[in-house]
Design a protein around this ligand. Structure first.
Ligand code: AP5
Length: 214
């Protein structure tokens, strides 16, 4: 199964994608993670995208489509979870072509609906394990032992440079201007399913599982 998790910054896409990787042997393709890796590697492309991401703007379609193209050529295991991609209509068209050219198809688009007010708290409280990337939150998802990752035992936690209120407002603006039209696009294609992203993490998991198992 190949699916898209669609929603604004902080909707819970990464949190749910990691669960699907663990339980369904799927492959998470997060363009945000790929761009952060490029940024940390100090390559020319990394330097170009660093400033764009810190501002909360979108990176060019050409760069992100190139990143996804490389990944689709590899093993698909239980299927791909597109997390944070596509974000523009051009990216959505490119994804359809890429899937077709590799003999695959898109099974479902899951829109995670959230209230904008909740996003500030989610984003400003988020941190991740520096070793395995497990996502935590100061209030809603703390590790069993403070400072120790439940998944890998790592003790280094990090926060993202763009997880501040100013950058979040710009990311939200980009979402409403460029990404939210994809909701209508995928509805018209008969692929759209909506879940309540404001529910507890376990309830969101169950709602997504219901879509995938239907
Ligand atoms: P990206 O990394 O994709 O960030 P994003 O879309 O802004 O989404 P986030 O990762 O911030 O949120 P999420 O929905 O994954 O939430 P999470 O699960 O972590 O993109 C970053 C930047 O890269 C972009 O701004 C852009 O510059 C660039 N970029 C990336 N892709 C691009 C593309 N395709 N085209 C162009 N540019 C691109 O959850 C958030 C917090 O809430 C966590 O702390 C979590 O524990 C908590 N939480 C999650 N679910 C719940 C729940 N149900 N209840 C309570 N708390 C919850």
């Amino acid at each position: 199964m190949n699916i898209i998790l669609l929603g604004p910054p902080g909707a819970g896409k990464g949190t749910q994608a990691r669960h699907l990787v663990e339980t369904r042997d799927m492959i998470q393709l997060s363009t945000g993670d790929m761009l952060r890796e490029a940024k940390d590697s100090g390559t020319e492309m990394g330097r170009k995208v660093a400033e764009v991401m810190a501002r909360g703007d979108l990176v060019t379609d050409e760069i992100v489509i190139g990143l996804i193209r490389e990944k689709l050529e590899g093993d698909s295991k239980g299927g791909f979870i597109f997390d944070g991609f596509p974000r523009t209509l051009a990216q959505a068209d490119a994804l359809a072509e890429l899937l077709q050219s590799t003999g695959q198809s898109l099974d479902a688009v899951i829109e995670m609906q959230v209230d904008d007010e909740a996003l500030v708290e989610r984003i400003t409280g988020r941190y991740t394990c520096a070793n395995c990337g497990e996502v935590y939150h100061d209030v809603t998802k703390r590790p069993a032992v403070d400072g120790v990752c439940d998944s890998c035992g790592g003790t280094e936690m990090k926060r993202r440079a763009d997880d501040n209120e100013d950058s979040l407002r710009q990311r939200l603006m980009e979402y409403y201007k460029k990404t939210s039209p994809l909701i209508g696009y995928y509805y018209a294609k008969g692929k759209l399913h909506t879940v309540d992203g404001l529910a507890d993490i376990d309830d969101v998991r169950a709602a997504i599982a219901a879509v995938l198992d239907a």
